[in-house]
Design a protein around this ligand. Sequence first.
Ligand code: XMP
Ligand code: MG
Length: 177
Amino acid sequence: MKHTLEVMISEAEINQALDKMAEQINRDYAGVDSLLVVGLLKGSVIVMSDLVRRLDGNVHLDFMTASSYGESTESSGDVKIVMDLARSIKNRHVLVVEDIIDTGRTLSKVLALLKSREPASLAIASFLDKPSRRLVDVEVKYVGVAIPDEFVVGYGLDYAEAYRQLPYIAKVIPAEE
Ligand code: XMP
Ligand code: MG
């Protein structure tokens, strides 16, 4: 599809939102001996690296790949674990980092699986939130920016795998015929 991009959230705005998220997370986990931050690949890789560099204390990282979209722009609801975590999360304080929460289908499936592994605690940080699209109720404790129902790319988010590397978040505008 022919399209153009329009900046929605600038690099400076991203940094401000990250500072706020990190401040809350640092406050909430101040008494915890170690925090395991779990990134959902591939979308979370950029926000994950920016966020963890703002965190205090003993922070460990792990990654998981859950697929729901394929090359389309709509969540299928059929969520598969393509790559699992490297280590056990039993009795660990786990913070899952996502790029965006849309219908909530991906996260609710991932959360159910992680919960069954008996972590000491489990919370979600998502850089973007599209609250108007929610179909499944999931509690997102830390949100960077809430956005309207627009398809966005950049800062880890892709359109058919392109644009993940953009340092800002942009709206995808379909070109006129
Ligand atoms: P659900 O619907 O399961 O979807 O909450 C979460 C996943 O959907 C992808 N997603 C997007 N990707 N621009 C994107 O590039 C968007 O506007 C968008 N909305 C949802 C994303 O992979 C996320 O992890
Ligand atoms: Mg994703």
